[in-house]
Ligand binder design. Structure first.
Ligand code: AMP
Length: 283
């Protein structure tokens, strides 16, 4: 596995590969890798000649400095996992390399970011848009792989790729969960054993809403929130039932093709997100 820290070296190597007509699959990450990340590598490997991962904790997308400071960094372990997964190339740039000049550009995504993560993390999607654009320009991938775990992020990147005509196709891959249902996340390691035991209730609350959807959207939301009320350690920041394409909150399930139920909640001072996609036919 090749590891490049310098963007110019990465570019040079990849342009040689492109000349050999190799297709490039790209998986951007912030490291502290787990099986969820590796599922994206597996998917990229199935569909491309060369799989590139990046590890970069992007300061521009953290609206909370403490969250940035506490973000787990496990680079040795990450490189081992990527090597074992058969990833051929890792891009590991420094903050100085990426942000030598502070960007003046601001990206905004209209209604797509007025809800959920965008609403509660001002500036977050500007940071995501800028780093993903930069990484796409360095790597020039044919295909890029993202997780449904960050569904709003996927919707934002899809919009950006359409609006700016990036020559890349995108794939949204399913959420990988622990056996007890908790969505795998780099932030899970920050939970104490006691709080980790409560964490699967977050996913359970999504399932409760799904089961209650037949009675109505508001009823489903209330059922989930009253379930979570019994676990005071979990403090929901939002719980939304939305159209899966537009991400706007819905009132009537029947008017939508597919919907998504999304939650962000604090547990042990750690902010966790999760969601489930539901096809209307299954309700
Ligand atoms: P991150 O390192 O958190 O920025 O995540 C890098 C990519 O991995 C993003 O596209 C995430 O959506 C995806 N990802 C994170 N957790 C999971 C998971 N549990 N299952 C599948 N993909 C995930």
């Amino acid at each position: 596995m090749e590891v490049f820290k310098n963007p110019a070296d990465l570019r040079k190597f990849l342009s040689q590969q492109k000349n050999k007509a190799n297709t490039v699959g790209f998986v951007p990450t912030m490291g502290a890798l787990h099986k969820g990340h590796i599922s994206l590598i597996d998917e990229a490997r199935k569909e491309n000649d060369l799989t590139v991962a990046s590890i970069f904790v992007n300061p521009l997308q953290f609206n909370n400095p403490r969250d940035l400071e506490l973000y787990p960094r496990t680079i040795e372990h990450d490189l081992k996992m990527l090597e074992q997964a058969g990833c051929e190339l890792v891009f590991l740039p420094s903050v100085e390399d990426i942000y030598r000049d502070k960007p003046l550009l601001k990206m905004s995504f209209g209604s797509l970011e007025e809800v959920m993560e965008g609403r509660h993390r001002p500036g977050h999607f500007n940071g995501v848009g800028i780093i993903v654009s930069k990484l796409f320009h360095y790597v020039l991938p044919d295909r890029a792989y993202f997780g449904q775990k960050d569904l709003q992020q996927f919707a934002i990147i899809r919009q950006m790729v359409r609006d700016l005509s990036f020559p890349v196709s995108l794939k949204c891959c399913p959420i990988i969960r622990e056996e007890d249902g908790l969505a795998m996340s780099s932030r899970n390691v920050r939970l104490s054993p006691e709080k980790r035991a409560v964490a699967p209730r977050i996913y359970q609350s999504l399932k409760i809403a799904e089961d209650s959807l037949r009675s109505g959207v508001e009823e489903a939301r209330n059922a989930a929130l009253s379930f979570l009320n019994s676990y005071p350690d979990i403090q929901p920041e939002y719980f939304e039932i939305c159209d899966a394409e537009t991400l706007q909150p819905i009132k009537d399930v029947k008017e939508h093709g597919s919907i998504v139920i999304c939650i962000a909640a604090y547990l042990d001072g750690v902010r966790l997100i999760d969601n489930i996609l539901i096809s209307i036919r299954t309700i």
